[in-house]
Design a binder for this molecule. Structure first.
Ligand code: G3P
Length: 218
């Protein structure tokens, strides 16, 4: 499973990259705003800065909601850097734009997906990635992991090549459970990745090894 980090914070991206396990970055307009990145030129520059830190795919989201606007913006984003993946919302115009980009060989990430039907449309439009938001479903007492499983089953039935990018990951167990289901990618905060390190027996075992070494090497 590929690990993407879901942030526009350059320090967090650098920290995840330095671990050696990062495969890409996802951003969205809310994450850019959280970092205080505003204005078109600053936003475009920030995407390029992110591409220079990581080796993998970097999702950059269009703001336009109409077909023509998405095409114009998406083409501009794709030209910024070869690592850019154009992120498009799951709407009627978004599906049309996804098909346009996939026909042109421009990679896409269809976002704001909350149902298996939406995921079928994204795959048929040739999306590179589909982003089901599991945490936001959990937030409204609906099983987000079940959606990932349903999409996995459907895509496997037909051999769809669209990669399932489990988004809106909130914690470490989401990461582990997505891996068990067979999500192709997960995107989450740095804490969801670092949480995978933790086990008390690892800490206790290491302390014991160091204590025993110290006893024999005084
Ligand atoms: O980038 C899209 C998604 O991962 C957002 O997550 O935590 O805002 O629901 P969240």
């Amino acid at each position: 499973m590929k690990f993407f980090i879901d942030t526009a914070n350059l320090n967090e991206i650098r920290e995840a990259q330095s671990l050696g396990v990062l495969d890409g970055v996802t951003t969205n307009p809310s994450l850019m705003a959280k970092e205080g990145i505003t204005g078109k030129n600053n936003i475009l520059k920030h995407y390029v800065d992110i591409c220079h830190i990581v080796d993998g795919d970097v999702s950059a989201e269009v703001i336009a909601t109409d077909y023509e606007g998405m095409i114009k913006e998406g083409e501009e984003l794709a030209e910024l850097h070869e690592q850019i993946v154009v992120k498009i919302p799951m709407t009627k115009d978004g599906v049309r734009a996804c098909k346009y980009f996939s026909d042109k060989g421009i990679r896409t990430n269809v976002t704001l997906v909350f149902s298996p039907g939406q995921a079928i449309l994204a795959a048929k439009a040739g999306a590179t990635y589909v982003s089901p938001f599991l945490g936001r479903l959990d937030d409204i007492s609906t099983d987000g992991l079940n959606l990932i499983q349903e999409i996995r089953d459907i895509y496997d039935n037909y051999g769809y090549e669209t990669q399932i990018l489990a988004a809106s990951i909130r914690h470490t167990m989401h990461v582990v459970n997505c891996a068990k289901i067979g999500a192709d990618v997960m995107t989450g905060p740095l804490s969801s990745i670092l949480g995978l390190l933790k086990h008390p027996l690892t800490d206790i075992g290491l302390a014991q090894f160091l204590a025993d070494y110290a006893k024999g090497n005084q």
